[in-house]
Design a protein around this ligand. Sequence first.
Ligand code: PEP
Ligand code: MN
Length: 338
Amino acid sequence: MLIVMHQQASSEQVDAVLRQIRDFGLEPHPIPGKTRTAIGITGNVSAIDPTHFEGLEGVKECIRVTKPYKLASREMKVDDTYVDVADATIGKNAFTVIAGPCSVENETMILRTAEFLRGLGVRLLRGGAYKPRTSPYAFQGLGADGLELLAKARERTGIGIVTEIMDASQLAEIAPIADMLQIGARNMQNFTLLKAVSRSDRPVLLKRGISATLEEWLMAAEYILSGGNARVAMCERGVRTFADHSRNTLDLSVIPPLQALSHLPIVVDPSHGTGHRAYVGAMAKAALAAGAHGLMIEVHPDPARALSDGAQSLDFGEFQKLWGELRTLADALGRPIA
Ligand code: PEP
Ligand code: MN
């Protein structure tokens, strides 16, 4: 349920409502708005009786939230959410590009990539230190050494770091290095991990599971929000379908319904979405045009020698060309790349 306070409600009246919610054993989530305060309630397993709150001073109305995801829903929070990451902001009317290699492979390649991207004006570097690979024989990432190299790339260039956390036990190690924690498609329903990052002060990029419905994806976000971390950006990276002309089917048609149902920003990953570098540019531009708030793109100094996902990684020249096209398109759409 959502309790909407009167515009003139005093902070004492808001506090009294918060107390009453807690007295019922429920969790209040104050949502400050431009003109009024609203308070979301979670923790109930059945419908809440609005008469418990309607009579309290300062309360304007109690609205039932019909969706199973509450804090992630537009019903509960009408205003769009902006997620600040390092010196970038992911949200409406901005367009943020996260770029970098699939994996951190060595010092030279990650520093070269960070310097190249920062030189263009890219604010966020991606790179996996811990990699979820389909095969146990494939490159698993450099682990702690990879994190150290990411920290060095940030120190050297000022670029923000987005890197994947695969397991709750890695939080203490990764959080100090990551400006944003990435949760991979395979872990979208790793509930222990979702609960762990919900207690972190780091923003989270939540990738869509390979066969997740929009509702399941939003329920995964709800785990993070309900645990106390409001800084979540969603990432569409393609889903598994019968189509075999691309690695996944990049579901750009999820963008409008996601934006209708939720206030959370959405980033699109056309690299994993297509699996082929030749298709990345078209889908990146389509995502921008369809209303995405950002992109995550794999870029590698020498894709042919990449230890993971080389086939879908752009080289520097290809990325630079796409960057120019994206800037032109973003300007024309009135959502310039910051
Ligand atoms: C990645 O970003 O390199 C990755 C493994 O992505 P996903 O979880 O979407 O497969
Ligand atoms: Mn990858």
